[in-house]
Design a protein around this ligand. Structure first.
Ligand code: PBG
Length: 328
C-alpha cells in the first residue's frame, strides 16, 4: 500500500482553500475604536503624530459613534479633554464633565453601542500624572489611596452617565476592588470593569499624550506602570485584578507584549483585551506613508497575530477600517 504523507501544500493551493482552513478569522466584532472628545473645540482637530485620528467636538463624537455603529463596530472607548485642569482632577468626576456629557449624548443617539470609558486622572490633572502627587526632597510620589478615592468617584460618575464598561488605566493598587464595591453599592452591579491589568511603562504612548494633552509635566510614569522586563509580575498584577472583580483584563501595549497576552489568556481564561497603542499605530502609518509597508496588509497581519495570541478584544485606532477589511 502507498504510504500516506502529510502534504500541507495541498491546503494552500487557492485563496478559497486557505480561507477554509484558516484558524484565526478577525471580524468587526473584535475591534474597539478609541475616541477623543474635547470641551475646547467645535471643529475636529487632527493629531499630527497620528494621521487619521482627531480630537472631536461634542457633536463630532456623537456622529463618530453613529458612524462606528454603521460600519459594524459594537464598541467605543472614550477619552476626554477638559476645558480646565487642576490638582484634584475635578473634571474627571464632575457630573457635567466632558466624558459624562458625551456619554449621555451618545447613549441618546445610539443606545446599542457599547460605551467603554477610560478611567484615569492624567487628562484632568494640571501636572499630567495619573494620580494625586506630592513632592518632597525633589522627589515626587503618586499617593495611591488618595488617587483610588478619586478614581472611584470617576468610575461611578461614568456609570451614572451610561457607561457599559469602565476601564481603569491608572495602575494604582487596589482600585479594581474599590471601584467594584462602589458600583455595586450604588446599584450598578451590571456595569462591568475592563481593567488595564498589565500596563507597561512604554515609549509607545508618546503620540497619545499629544492626543489627550496629558504629557507629565515632571518625572515619568515608571513608579506606577510596569517594567517591560517583567512577565511574571504582569501575571501577578492580572491575578490581583481578577480577584478584585475585573470582568475583562487588558494587556498594553500589544505587539511588544504578545507573550504576556498569550500567557494571560492561557492562565486565566478570562475575556482578554489587547491595546494596540498610539505609537504602534504611528509607526505603521509613517512607514506606509513612505511606501515602506502596505498599510492594510501590515494592519491585518498584526491584528491576526494578536487574535491568534489570545486577544478576544483589540483596541485599535484602525477599528473603523478593520470593520470593512474583515467583514467578509
Ligand atoms: C491614560 C492612558 C494612556 C493610554 C491609555 N490610557 C496614556 C498613558 O498611560 O500614558 C495610552 C493609549 C495609547 O498610547 O494609545 N493613563
Amino acid at each position: 500500500m502507498r504510504k500516506l504523507v502529510d502534504r500541507p501544500r495541498r491546503l494552500r493551493r487557492s485563496p478559497a482553500l486557505r480561507n477554509l482552513v484558516r484558524e484565526t478569522k478577525p471580524s468587526p466584532h473584535d475591534f474597539v475604536l478609541p475616541l477623543f472628545v474635547s470641551e475646547k473645540i467645535d471643529q475636529r482637530r487632527p493629531i499630527a503624530s497620528m494621521p487619521g485620528v482627531f480630537q472631536l467636538s461634542m457633536q463630532g463624537i456623537v456622529d463618530e459613534a453613529q458612524r462606528a455603529r454603521d460600519v459594524g463596530l459594537q464598541a467605543i472607548l472614550l477619552f476626554g479633554i477638559p476645558e480646565k485642569k487642576d490638582e484634584q482632577a475635578s473634571g474627571a468626576y464632575a457630573e457635567n464633565g466632558v466624558v459624562q456629557k458625551a456619554l449621555r449624548a451618545i447613549k441618546r443617539k445610539c443606545p446599542e453601542i457599547v460605551a467603554i470609558t477610560d478611567v484615569c486622572l492624567c487628562e484632568y490633572m494640571s501636572h499630567g500624572h495619573c494620580g494625586v502627587t506630592r513632592i518632597d526632597d525633589d522627589h515626587f510620589h503618586v499617593l495611591n489611596d488618595e488617587t483610588v478615592d478619586l478614581l472611584v468617584k470617576t468610575a461611578l460618575s461614568h456609570a451614572q452617565a451610561g457607561a457599559d464598561l469602565v476601564a481603569p488605566s491608572d495602575m494604582m493598587d487596589g482600585r479594581i476592588g474599590a471601584i467594584r464595591e462602589a458600583l455595586d453599592a450604588d446599584g450598578f452591579d451590571q456595569t462591568g470593569i475592563l481593567s488595564y491589568a498589565a500596563k507597561f511603562a512604554s515609549v509607545f504612548y508618546g503620540p497619545f499624550r499629544d492626543a489627550a494633552e496629558s504629557p507629565p509635566q515632571f518625572g515619568d510614569r515608571r513608579s506606577y506602570q510596569m517594567d517591560c522586563a517583567n512577565a511574571d509580575e504582569a501575571l501577578r498584577e492580572v491575578a490581583l485584578d481578577i480577584e478584585e472583580g475585573a470582568d475583562i483584563v487588558m494587556v498594553k501595549p500589544a505587539l511588544p507584549y504578545i507573550d504576556i497576552l498569550w500567557r494571560v489568556r492561557e492562565r486565566f481564561g478570562k475575556p482578554t483585551a489587547a491595546y494596540h497603542v498610539s505609537g504602534e499605530y504611528a509607526m505603521i502609518k509613517a512607514a506606509a506613508e513612505k511606501g515602506i509597508v502596505d498599510e492594510r496588509a501590515a494592519v491585518l497581519e498584526i491584528m491576526t497575530s494578536l487574535k491568534r495570541a489570545g486577544a478576544d478584544i483589540i483596541i485599535t485606532y484602525w477599528a473603523r477600517e478593520l470593520a470593512e477589511w474583515t467583514r467578509n
